[in-house]
Design a protein around this ligand. Structure first.
Ligand SMILES: CC(C)(COP(=O)(O)OP(=O)(O)OC[C@H]1O[C@@H](n2cnc3c(N)ncnc32)[C@H](O)[C@@H]1OP(=O)(O)O)[C@@H](O)C(=O)NCCC(=O)NCCS
Length: 220
């Protein structure tokens, strides 16, 4: 069974009234049914087939959500990036991720949102040591490590940083007991410049994939 067979093809509820959805990269509709003319021209410039599919899948997932939200057709919605390189669809902040033949998008009504999808697989002890604090992956299982990775990447995307800062600039060990992430360095600077948003996270295990979402709380 492929990863694509395991992900639901519908809108799913994330925390704080957010929503997310997936797109199967092997079953993408024709580009002209969901991309603008400008986006179709850009697609032609992408040389690597895998990247072409991922780029389209992220846009399809994002546009499905925003089209449903606004009533606009997908071909009337453009996905662009803001100054932090966060994706914006139809003027609304969204998050995009792709992995293992699947793309996903998440939306939180325009509030900060970050999402990350990764395959659960073994990683070296050196990778774990480089990316995480001991207490963040207490059982040292493959799932715990990937869960921690996706949570950190989702949080960093919500801050518009992506992986431009080290994963250790976030400590997520308090999440297990209902606490909040702690930021240091450039992540802390961005967190403070955004008004110290209360970021709520959730992880879903979908077959062999791990999906995490970080969303700015509605009523902080
Ligand atoms: C962007 C980054 C987090 C992606 O990580 P990844 O695990 O390889 O990829 P994912 O599939 O989970 O996420 C990719 C999506 O993140 C989004 N993204 C990129 N930069 C982002 C940012 N600063 N903040 C939030 N989201 C971002 C994009 O929508 C991208 O999808 P798209 O290129 O199809 O539009 C990571 O590659 C990174 O930070 N790189 C350094 C900065 C960089 O190269 N930015 C691109 C400038 S051209």
């Amino acid at each position: 069974m492929t990863a694509a067979n395991m992900v639901p093809a519908c809108f799913l509820d994330g925390p704080e009234n957010s929503v997310f959805t997936f797109a199967d990269l092997q079953k993408l509709p024709h580009a002209d049914s969901f991309l603008t003319a400008e986006e179709q021209s850009f697609l032609k410039l992408i040389r690597i087939d895998k990247r072409k599919l991922e780029w389209q899948g992220g846009r399809l997932a994002a546009k499905r959500i925003i089209s449903h939200e606004t009533g606009k057709s997908m071909t009337a919605l453009h996905v662009e990036y803001d100054a932090f390189h966060r994706p914006i669809c139809g003027g609304r902040l969204i998050s995009i991720t792709h992995s293992n033949g699947i793309a996903a998008a998440a939306y939180a009504g325009g509030r900060l949102v970050g999402a990350d999808l990764e395959k659960i697989k073994p990683h070296s002890a050196a990778w774990q040591k480089h990316s995480f604090f001991e207490e963040e992956i207490p059982g040292h299982t493959d799932y715990e490590a990937i869960r921690a990775w996706t949570l950190k990447e989702a949080l960093l995307k919500a801050l518009g940083l992506g992986l431009t800062v080290p994963l250790k600039s976030i400590n997520i060990s308090a999440l297990a007991s209902g606490g909040l992430p702690v930021f240091t360095g450039k992540a802390l600077e961005r967190f403070e410049s955004l008004g110290k948003p209360c970021l709520i996270t959730k992880t879903s295990k979908i077959g062999e994939l791990c999906f995490s979402i970080a969303v700015e709380a509605q009523y902080a």
